[in-house]
Design a protein around this ligand. Structure first.
Ligand SMILES: [Zn+2]
Length: 162
């Protein structure tokens, strides 16, 4: 704690006591044990999944605004979309406004990560593995579309650019 406080600077820490219900505290001992008991390959896989997803999102975060209509609703431009392109049906069968996801065409993120881990089973340098995952992503089409179409696009080999 002292280390964290030192980084934050003592002036920013307010000393007066506040209270919250016990069940609003996350058991970080449990989280730590979960981490250290987990298989290393699973941790690396998780790091690669989160990082590739987040990086792709960060580098394309503004692109989705091209698909907003005058009512501030997103439009799914995927030809596989069923019904109103501004809405999709969720798992409960309800119509909900579309949000845009980044869909892999013809394969999944997991396929790519798995192929890297299979080719470099003993590699411990997670940065090297991450570079390789992103390198392989260059040969994959990623398109903006709704969650419902995202799933369908895994089964299509290629999307023609118009
Ligand atoms: Zn769609």
């Amino acid at each position: 704690m002292d280390g964290i406080n030192a980084i934050l600077g003592a002036a920013q820490i307010l000393e007066h006591s506040i209270s919250m219900p016990a069940n609003s505290f996350i058991d970080m001992e449990h989280v730590y044990n979960y981490v250290i008991e987990r298989d290393r390959r699973k941790i690396i896989k998780r790091i690669l999944t989160e990082m590739s997803q987040k990086t792709t999102f960060d580098c394309s975060s503004k692109q989705q605004y091209l698909f907003k209509d005058d009512d501030d609703l997103y439009i799914c431009k995927c030809p596989l979309h069923e019904g109103n392109t501004r809405y999709r049906t969720n798992s409960k069968g309800e119509m909900v406004p579309v949000t845009l996801t980044r869909a892999h065409v013809g394969q999944t993120r997991e396929n790519i990560i798995q192929s890297v881990l299979n080719d470099f089973p003993d590699e411990k340098d997670v940065i090297k593995l991450f570079y390789e995952v992103m390198k392989r992503h260059r040969e994959t089409q990623i398109v903006l579309c709704c969650r419902a179409c995202n799933k369908k696009l895994e089964k299509h080999r290629y999307v023609q650019k118009i």
